[in-house]
Design a protein around this ligand. Structure first.
Ligand SMILES: Cc1cc2nc3c(=O)[nH]c(=O)nc-3n(C[C@H](O)[C@H](O)[C@H](O)COP(=O)(O)OP(=O)(O)OC[C@H]3O[C@@H](n4cnc5c(N)ncnc54)[C@H](O)[C@@H]3O)c2cc1C
Length: 392
């Protein structure tokens, strides 16, 4: 690749691939530098993977616009029309219904690997996009008209813009000398795929207990993804249980509305932390997705925020490109940061409040339970919360 590219995207995860598809289909010449292999094909009957995300309507719209949505088989996406939150006793509920907002649904639950594979299939259709797998950047040199990036296989790339989409441990962020603010919550999330006695539901619910939330994300058929938050020690002990012991623990601890679990199909746990880059852009470089921000996953908004970054950055870069302006110029990137940072900060603040109120000090926990009953009555407030969750 001798000529100067329009953009190098470091990281071909869901967010990086979305940026690459948006820029590539608008005519920009793009290289995706991915540290791992390309995604493998997923047979339609393959068991459900553990990593599942809720895609809100804004994310769905972006995936439609970049031509990836149709590559997600219907059999592997699960729409949901209701969101419920309840207190520890599972008595007081807040219920959000898509119908009340005159929407067909709130979004879909889809496995991360299915979303990523759909995006990569789309990248293959776009001649302007080149993918370089098993490659990582080792040096970045910004310049007046373009910046240079050296890869660990010795290749040197030149581009007007570098997009860091290489996840929470972003090397691009490090090469650009951008620091982060980090916080450990001291909690882990245990993700458990189960076969349920009840068939697929169109509701996703979350129950707040003093130890942390428990959530049910519906999957197609008699399947669900359960998320069980707790202290690190308790979670690791639970993760080590055999399938039958874990099944019994779920039936004992999860609310009765789960309706019984026939089998545990898989489990894995993740530490819960927050990480926020002190800046999103430098000259000729922008961060998107988890490279820019990692938030508490309790409201399932991490990927949605990342895809909104992808939309905002590509919209601004494409507009500059079509207007004959420098698509990697600082004014374009600064506009992106000004648009996205306040949105992320607002989401971080909301997650903090949820975390503190529901799993924090005892008096606040009681306030949380009372707050649920209160919020149920605040129709107007519910709408505002929902608009945020929808990203519209
Ligand atoms: C327990 C849990 C549950 C979650 N649930 C939800 C949910 O329901 N909804 C939701 O919206 N979000 C959820 N999230 C968050 C969501 O998973 C992330 O926000 C999302 O995966 C971030 O995507 P990304 O593309 O930015 O980064 P990643 O998915 O981390 O992708 C980064 C890519 O970059 C590549 N890479 C890494 N380093 C390099 C390098 N040096 N050079 C080249 N390539 C590199 C990687 O191989 C990978 O392909 C959850 C997170 C957790 C921990």
């Amino acid at each position: 690749m001798d000529e100067t590219l329009d953009a190098i995207i470091v990281g071909g995860g869901m967010v990086g691939a979305a940026v690459a598809a948006a820029l590539g289909q608008a005519g920009l010449r793009v290289a995706v530098v991915e540290g791992g292999p390309p995604p493998a094909a997923i047979p339609i009957e393959a068991p459900f993977d553990l990593r599942v995300s809720s895609l809100n309507l804004a994310s769905q719209r972006l995936l439609e616009e970049v031509g990836a949505w149709d590559h997600i088989p219907e059999a592997r996406r699960c729409p949901f029309r209701h969101i419920e939150a309840s207190d520890a006793a599972d008595k007081r509920h807040i219920r959000f219904s898509a119908e009340a907002l005159e929407l067909p649904d709130f979004g879909h639950f889809v496995e991360n690997r299915v979303i990523r594979q759909a995006l990569w299939r789309r990248l293959e259709e776009i001649p302007e996009v080149t993918t370089l797998c098993h490659a990582r950047p080792v040096a970045w040199l910004p310049g007046g008209h373009h910046s240079l990036m050296e890869l660990d296989d010795g290749r040197m790339l030149a581009a007007r813009l570098v997009v860091g989409a290489d996840g929470a441990g972003s090397q691009t962020r490090e090469l650009a000398g951008i620091a982060t603010r980090d916080e450990e919550y001291g909690q882990r999330a245990l993700i458990i795929n189960v076969r349920t006695r009840l068939p697929q539901q169109d509701v996703s619910w979350q129950r707040f207990t003093p130890a942390g939330p428990q959530a049910m994300l519906p999957l197609p058929g008699h399947h669900a993804s359960l998320v069980w938050y707790d202290g690190a020690e308790a979670t690791l002990a639970r993760e080590a249980l055999d399938d039958e012991a874990l099944r019994l623990a779920i039936e004992h601890d999860f609310p009765a509305r789960l309706g019984g679990v026939e089998a545990v199909l898989g489990r894995a746990s993740f530490p819960i932390r927050r990480r926020h880059a002190e800046r999103y852009v430098r000259s000729r470089l922008a961060l998107v997705g988890d490279a820019a921000h990692v938030i508490h996953p309790l409201a399932g908004q991490g990927l949605n925020l990342g895809l909104q970054d992808a939309e905002a950055l590509s919209r601004r870069v494409i507009a500059a490109f079509h207007a004959g302006r420098d698509p990697g110029g600082y004014p374009v990137l600064a506009g992106y940061a000004r648009e996205r940072r306040p949105q992320t900060l607002a989401m971080i603040a909301a997650m903090e409040t949820f975390h503190r109120v529901f799993t924090g000090a005892a008096p606040l926990r009681h306030a949380g339970a009372a707050g649920l009953a209160l919020a149920e009555r605040l129709e107007g407030a519910k709408r505002v919360v929902m608009r945020h969750a929808l990203g519209v």
